[in-house]
Ligand binder design. Structure first.
Ligand code: FE2
Length: 509
């Protein structure tokens, strides 16, 4: 507890040194040398009566607080402004603005924009969710993850922005802390971030991309993080490189704060030092509920590491700790929350929006087994607890969506992957990456033969997954670009699957 107390002392010192700026009167008539809205706009977390609207002012006006006006209308020309207000953008929060209008109509589209001085933001489009008890006939959404900036253009976001969707779920690795991979099309500025300033600069670089801005401006987003928003393979308070715990928690606090500053998150998720609760539930009338997980902040450390921390591939017959039932990927509190939330759910479809691949993936051909310890394969007892709960709770149409592995996988989820007769309890769709490179298709083809519950595997295309729920079925299009190395690549549908109401398991169509 000592290092936590010292951490809080440091955090207080930081807050005091900035209080003069935050008490200052906002500049009423700021003058900007460059466009202060260069990072675009975003919205998120649609509820029946409101949502979160976001922007961040960028420019050389530290440390002034700037007054920002916002407007929300039911047409893109703002003929009738329904809701408006002013909010100070303070340097304490990197001049980010999070507005939560309330009292809106359910199940409607809205348009929003911001003004500061004589500058105006681009117009964003957003919507409210249907009313809680509403019988909703259709939901369309896309999910995506993993956008290493150097490895490819964000053309997938440009296509996604042109789709007919209600919302987007982004499932982690929004930024990457490190520079890696082949054939870079552009470069990170600066080295690996450790400080708040450095994480802010990394987010500003990623969010300067016009295709990513289009995707945010087109739909409300739900977001969760994975490891690269902080550091590769970190587990709760343990980094992969052996950095002392107190220093790592200061790094995590900087990274979490910068995440909050750059995402359309509600004020209820604002971080406190190194802690930030982002797991949540979001309902779409009675048609569907999303359960958004955090698989990083509370997890047990990866087993049998070959470095001070982080992941490896292990033989479970040798690394037997992997089967310790006390190990959790979500942490006891989040697991209990999830079980309560699933037990309460009245939704016809229950979407588990989380970071990584849930189905077992044996990575060694033949009799022997090898499992990667960073994903659910490193937490097999926790996975079984969740899948057994879905079965025993009779959760309606559970569908797991994920990312992380830079490959598409479509799978049957079962309590016992060794038993061919073990019933399928849920359907899984793991998405490819927006730009981060994947492993070889040859390896994936071999793994498909080794893992019969895997119905589809594809590693050579970058893109996203589009889903619609209507007429007692969920339809999934796995879409991929020809290449992310050129900026104007066309998009193909790589595969189509359906899940029928009451029948777990994806079916190819
Ligand atoms: Fe990734």
């Amino acid at each position: 507890m000592l290092d936590r107390r010292r951490f809080l002392q440091l955090a207080c010192a930081f807050a005091v040194s900035h209080s003069v700026a935050s008490r200052a009167q906002p500049l009423a008539r700021p003058r900007f040398a460059t466009n202060p809205f260069a990072l675009g706009v975003a919205s998120g977390y649609p509820r029946p009566d409101g949502m979160v609207l976001w922007t961040r002012l960028l420019g050389d006006f530290q440390p002034a607080t700037i007054g920002v006006r916002w407007e929300l209308a039911n047409d893109e020309n703002f003929r009738k402004v329904l809701s408006q207000g002013s909010i100070p953008a303070s340097p304490d929060w990197a001049h980010s603005v999070h507005v939560e209008p309330r009292g809106l109509e359910p199940d409607r589209w809205y348009w929003y924009r911001f003004h500061a001085g004589d500058a105006s933001s681009p117009v964003g489009r957003t919507r409210t969710a249907p009313a809680a008890a509403a019988a909703v006939s259709r939901l369309r959404f896309a999910f995506a993850s993993c956008q290493q900036y150097e490895q490819g253009w964000y053309t997938a976001h440009r296509h996604l922005a042109a789709d007919d969707l209600d919302l987007v779920a982004f499932l982690g690795d929004y930024i990457y802390e490190s520079s890696w991979g082949r054939e870079h099309v552009r470069k990170h500025e600066g080295g690996e971030p450790y400080t708040l300033e450095a994480y802010r600069a990394r987010y500003a670089l990623y969010k300067s991309d016009p295709d990513l801005q289009k995707s945010h401006a087109a739909f409300p987003w739900l977001v969760t993080w994975d490891d690269h928003e902080v550091d590769n393979d970190y587990a709760a308070d343990r980094p992969e490189d052996g950095m002392p715990r107190e220093r790592f928690l200061a790094r995590r606090a900087a990274a979490y704060r910068a995440y909050y500053e750059h995402m359309p998150l509600p004020a209820s998720m604002r971080p406190s030092g190194p802690d930030m609760r982002i797991y949540t539930r979001l309902d779409w009338g009675r048609l569907a509920s999303f359960f958004v997980f955090d698989d990083r902040q509370y997890r047990a450390p990866q087993v049998c590491p070959s470095r001070p921390g982080g992941s490896t591939v292990v033989d479970p017959a040798v690394c037997t700790e992997i089967n310790d039932p006390a190990r959790s990927l979500l942490g006891a509190e989040q697991e209990a929350w999830l079980e309560r939330a699933l037990a309460d759910s009245q939704a016809g479809w229950n979407i588990l929006a989380q970071q990584t691949l849930m189905a077992r993936l044996d990575r060694k051909l033949g009799e022997e087994r090898r499992f990667w310890t960073d994903g659910w394969d490193g937490y097999p007892t926790a996975r079984r607890r969740l899948l057994d709960f879905l079965r025993d709770n009779r959760t309606a149409n559970p569908v797991v969506i994920g990312g992380d592995v830079h490959m598409n996988w479509v799978a049957d989820l079962k309590s016992d992957f060794d038993d061919a007769r073990s019933p399928v309890v849920a359907s899984e769709f793991c998405g490819t990456s927006i730009s981060s490179q994947g492993p070889s298709q040859k390896m994936v083809d071999a793994l498909l033969r080794e893992n019969p519950h895997m119905k589809y595997g594809r590693s050579d295309r970058r893109g996203y997954v589009r889903m619609s729920i209507a007429g007692a079925r969920l339809h999934a299009d796995l879409v991929g670009l020809e290449t992310v190395k050129k900026p104007d690549s066309p998009l193909d549908v790589l595969a189509r699957f359906v899940v029928e109401d009451g029948r777990p398991g994806p079916q190819a169509i």
